[in-house]
Design a protein around this ligand. Structure first.
Ligand SMILES: [Cu+2]
Length: 215
């Protein structure tokens, strides 16, 4: 009869038990880690939602985390801009519907698309400033001729030394450096960086649609 090695069996089972216990401990530690991480994410999410203005991102985060909510993305930026303006006009009891012109806003958004995405912009240094030849054809050219000179007037209103000259296929935009707009910055901004200057662009869209403003 073989002697059963009780002592060895006991040692082995103790070791096994210890290993199982250690694994369980590691597993539970890891789970706690995850839960703590989850907690922090929830807090961040809550903070984001409370801070406001981050609503969209908050909801996207929620959607990624499997939380169902109403979609907010309009699918197309110009569509979204028009939708927002229409909602503002509808919410305002003083809106004069005899003057409202949403088509004017749509045409301006088409101009913006042409100028932002399709115009060619060739930049060069001039004496203490930069000169940009903005050119295009067809609908793009029309948009350049409407938008660039109009924006130059706005730049001048906010104190920039800017001018525009007509070209056959576009406009020459010249901006001279100043203490507030040094040459290095102008060079870096380039055509679009200069076009986005000024704080009333979105307000202008509302005025355009309301029929109170001609761009
Ligand atoms: Cu605009």
């Amino acid at each position: 009869m073989t002697r059963f090695p009780w002592k060895t069996a006991l040692t082995v089972s103790t070791l096994l038990a210890a290993t199982v216990y250690a694994s369980a401990q590691m597993f539970s530690d890891r789970m706690n880690g995850h839960m703590q991480q989850g907690g922090t994410m929830d807090q961040m999410h809550q903070q984001m939602m409370q801070r406001g203005g981050m609503g969209n991102r908050g909801m996207m985060h929620g959607a990624q985390a499997g939380v169902t909510s109403t979609p907010t993305m309009p699918g197309q930026d110009a569509f979204g801009a028009i939708q927002e303006v229409v909602q503002l006009l509808q919410a305002d009891a003083k809106t004069d519907w005899a003057k409202v012109n949403i088509e004017a806003l749509r045409q301006h958004l088409i101009d913006m698309n042409e100028v932002t995405l399709h115009a060619a912009a060739t930049q060069r240094d001039v004496d203490n400033g930069i000169e940009i030849k903005v050119t295009g054809e067809g609908r793009t050219l029309e948009a350049i001729k409407r938008m660039v000179p109009a924006h130059v007037s706005e730049l001048r209103e906010i104190g920039w030394n800017a001018k525009s000259d007509d070209l056959q296929n576009g406009v020459t935009l010249t901006v001279i450096a100043s203490e507030t707009q040094p040459l290095t910055k102008l060079r870096a901004l380039g055509f679009m960086g200069i076009m986005v200057q000024g704080g009333h662009h979105q307000q202008h869209h509302l005025m355009m649609a309301a029929g109170r403003f001609v761009h």
